[in-house]
Structures are given as C-alpha cells and as structure tokens.
Design a protein around this ligand. Structure first.
Ligand code: MG
Length: 129
C-alpha cells in the first residue's frame, strides 16, 4: 500500500470473538483473538499507518479493553469508544461519508489476510450533472 492511511478497526467480532457490552467486563480478558489479527495490525503500524480502534463498547469498559489490547501485544495509536451501537437496533451497518481523498472499507469476514485490489460494486454519490 503506497499511501499511509488511518485504519479504523473494530474490536468485538473483528480483533477477537464477538462479545456484547453486557458481558464484556467478565469475558474480555479471555476473549479468543482471531488468528493473525495482532500480526496484521502490527505490520500496518510498522509500515507507518495510523491504527485507531473504533468500538461500540461503552466508555466504562475502557480499562478492561486497554488491558486486553496490552495483553495481546497489539500496537495502536488511539482507542475510540462510543461508536454507534447497532446490536439489537434497526440498523444493518455503517456507511462512512467523508471529504478525504481516500475512503476504503472492508467487512471483516473472519480472516486477516492481505489487502488486495478488487473491482467491486459500491453505493456512492451520483455524479453531478
Ligand atoms: Mg464488531
């Protein structure tokens, strides 16, 4: 990847097994980390990208979340709590709109494999006439 970017990376269900906020205090430290997650993120960090973990965990879970990240040995620049929670809501997902020059998004499908270029169909703004 030529340009350095800010990676916004989810935690539950992405870095480790999916744990709802209601169970996170008890289950976080024992959460099963996905294979290659730490290595993948640490490689991007070493390449100079900015790593921001962006989670829908409640603010009161910050201490246990930081302890888990420390225990895993994952390198990051920032932890943002308070992403809008979509569990048990009418919302199907997130749609990011921003005026920066590069917008990329990936749905995590359970495997931390290399990022590759693909032709895909996306929802985007209609061109101005
Ligand atoms: Mg998640």
């Amino acid at each position: 990847m030529d340009e350095k970017v800010v990676f916004m990376v989810d935690l539950d269900g992405t870095m480790w097994e999916d744990i709802p906020n209601e169970e996170a205090e008890k289950r976080t430290m024992g959460a099963k980390v996905f294979p290659n997650a730490v290595e993948w993120v640490n490689e991007r960090h070493a390449e100079g990208h900015y790593i921001c973990f962006f989670t829908a965990r409640w603010a009161k879970l910050k201490d246990v979340t930081e302890a888990k990240l420390e225990d895993m040995g994952v390198k990051y620049h920032q932890l943002l709590m308070g992403k809008p929670r979509i569990r048990h809501t009418e919302y199907a997902g997130y749609h990011h709109i921003d005026n920066c020059s590069i917008i990329r998004a990936n749905r995590f499908e359970g495997a931390w494999t290399p990022l590759v270029k693909k032709q895909i169909e996306v929802h985007t703004f209609e061109d101005m006439k």
